[in-house]
Design a protein around this ligand. Structure first.
Ligand code: THU
Length: 136
């Protein structure tokens, strides 16, 4: 039997594993790959890109999200994030995710492609400050 949700998850994880190979991580040696699915069905990949000025580093998740948004794709459906050990998105990436979809599905996997956690943005950033927070 087919399971579209599971197929989507496995496909995104495999794409994130490939994207992770493009990480530029001379300082941390901690490559991260991301694969972002938009509601229109497009997939945007991301990897972390470090910098000698350390704080300028960009995470894999934000690379993928900024690629999508800069191409006019603002409706985000799901993101897979792959690290060596199943690390979770950092606070800055969670905040960027909250801007576009508090219900964003998040698949966290390790480098073997094993699912470590499946969650939603609003569950890992409760009480987030979002666009509606600015409305009086
Ligand atoms: N990193 C990500 O790409 N995503 C996260 O959510 C956590 C951290 C990167 C930033 C840095 O290049 C390396 O992982 C170690 O912090």
């Amino acid at each position: 039997m087919t399971n579209p949700e599971k197929d989507e998850r496995s496909a995104l994880i495999q794409i994130a594993i490939e994207a992770r190979k493009k990480a530029y991580v001379p300082y941390s040696h901690y490559p991260v790959g991301a694969a972002l699915l938009t509601k229109s069905g497009k997939i945007f990949t991301g990897a972390n890109i470090e910098n000698a000025a350390f704080p300028v580093t960009i995470c894999a998740e934000r690379t993928a999200i900024f690629k999508a948004v800069s191409e006019g794709e603002l409706e985000l459906e799901a993101i897979a994030v792959v690290t060596k050990n199943g690390g979770t998105p950092c606070g800055s990436c969670r905040q960027v995710m909250a801007e576009f979809n508090p219900e964003l599905k998040i698949y966290i996997a390790n480098e073997k492609g094993e699912l470590v956690q499946e969650t939603q943005l609003k569950d890992i950033l409760p009480g987030y400050f979002g666009p509606k927070s600015l409305v009086p």
